[in-house]
Ligand binder design. Structure first.
Ligand code: ADE
Length: 389
């Protein structure tokens, strides 16, 4: 459990923290979105899965994946006993696959070290892989209704606006201040579960970041919000410089055998899309590989490319740090068996961990509209820049 703050902080408008938190808690029941992990009572394992998925991913993208994941692994023992391939397959399309591996490791540790019971103490939770301060606070408060603070981009923005605190983007005090304030408030709340979730909800649906306009008319704190009074809502928090994105160029080969199966490979166990399955894909930083390199790459896999190569289409996939350009080419098998542990022929991607970019590459070969060029692609919504909603 986190230590209770020494003295309750005075509010910007003179009310006690208890009064402030009651306002938000009273607002939440009618304002809360119906989300599949918001069950009554809350299940700590379900909360762990939801919070792992919600790291860096928007709520709307998580909903279906969460439901399918829980149906496949209903209890922590089911997840702990699953193969990594099955876990990654159930994570398909969510991006940031490292989270799936860490969640899997956390489930195993809960079974082996905690008798299959999700711990409630945030310090113990943080010993689990993939569980940082935010996730530990979320599970302790939401699943166990115990006071532990949470701060993510949404919460930070709400608190900074409420107090009219315009920290510079690189000011490290901002983070410290936000955690302190979140801790003071959650300790003053009637229900840490309701208060923390209401705080998340307010940031996600009402006190939204630019370019959307905050819906102050719906905010239970509108009357006490310093930023609103001072007209600084849109300057808080101060915008960060955009992250520099690397460009990666990928040639994916779509080869079908006589039975209509296509060749897939597993990516290395580290780096981008680690361990995921894909069409054979040649990657280069910044520029496209030349024709000879593509043909060599194909030949090593027992594949032939027509001359000239037949493009099935191109598209661009963006992440926080990368702009990944794809060109999908049709290829045909020339040699019989080029299978290995990490390369095989399959009828579909079903049951394999596959990135949404590769789902798209395959779709270019099997759906109408071949040869189209599309940009930009789905974006796996990195929370650091686009907050969860
Ligand atoms: N973002 C992070 N955790 C969340 C939760 N439990 N509900 C809604 N959005 C969230």
């Amino acid at each position: 459990m986190t230590a209770r703050p020494a003295s309750p902080a005075a509010s910007p408008t003179g009310s006690t923290d208890a009064a402030i938190t009651r306002e938000l808690e009273a607002w939440f029941p009618a304002a809360a979105r119906a989300l599949p992990w918001r069950t009554s009572p809350r299940d700590p394992y379900n909360a762990l899965v939801a919070e792992a998925m919600l790291q860096q991913t928007q709520v709307s993208r998580v909903i279906d994946r969460y439901t399918a994941f829980i149906a496949r692994f209903p209890r922590v023992n089911d997840l702990a006993g699953a193969s990594e391939g099955d876990v990654l397959a159930m994570w398909s399309g969510l991006g940031y696959y490292r989270r799936a591996r860490l969640l899997h490791a956390a489930a195993k540790a809960i079974v082996t070290d905690h008798h299959g019971v999700v711990p409630h103490d945030p310090e113990v939770l943080r010993s689990l892989q993939g569980v940082g301060r935010y996730t530990a606070g979320a599970i302790t408060s939401i699943a166990f209704d115990r006071p532990a603070p949470i701060v993510d981009g949404n919460v930070r923005r709400v608190l900074m606006r409420l107090h009219g605190r315009a920290f510079a983007p690189d000011d490290r005090d901002a983070e410290r201040w936000a955690w302190t304030r979140a801790s003071e408030l959650v300790h003053a709340s009637a229900s840490p579960a309701v208060f923390n979730e209401a705080l998340m909800e307010l940031g996600a649906t009402v006190c939204v970041p630019p370019p959307a306009a905050p819906r102050c008319d719906q905010c239970p704190w509108a009357g006490r919000c310093n930023a609103r009074r001072e007209g600084t809502t849109n300057q808080i928090p101060a915008p960060k410089a955009a992250a520099k994105q690397r460009v990666v160029c990928c040639i994916s080969l779509l080869a079908r055998d006589a039975r209509g199966r296509f060749l897939v490979e597993q990516r290395p166990s580290s780096g981008m899309w680690a361990g995921m399955w894909q069409l054979p894909t040649l990657e280069r930083e910044t520029r496209w590989p030349d024709d000879a390199a593509i043909r060599d790459f194909a030949a090593i896999r027992g594949l032939n490319l027509p001359t000239p190569a037949e493009p099935l289409g191109t598209f661009t996939h963006q992440t926080t740090h990368r702009i990944v350009r794809f060109r999908v080419l049709a290829a045909s098998p020339i040699a019989c068996n080029r299978k290995s542990a990490s390369r095989t022929w399959v009828d579909s991607f079903d049951g394999l961990g596959v990135s949404s970019a590769q789902q798209r590459a395959l779709a270019l070969g099997i759906t109408p509209g071949r040869g189209q060029t599309t940009t930009p692609s789905s974006r796996p919504t990195p929370a650091r820049r686009s907050p969860r909603r």
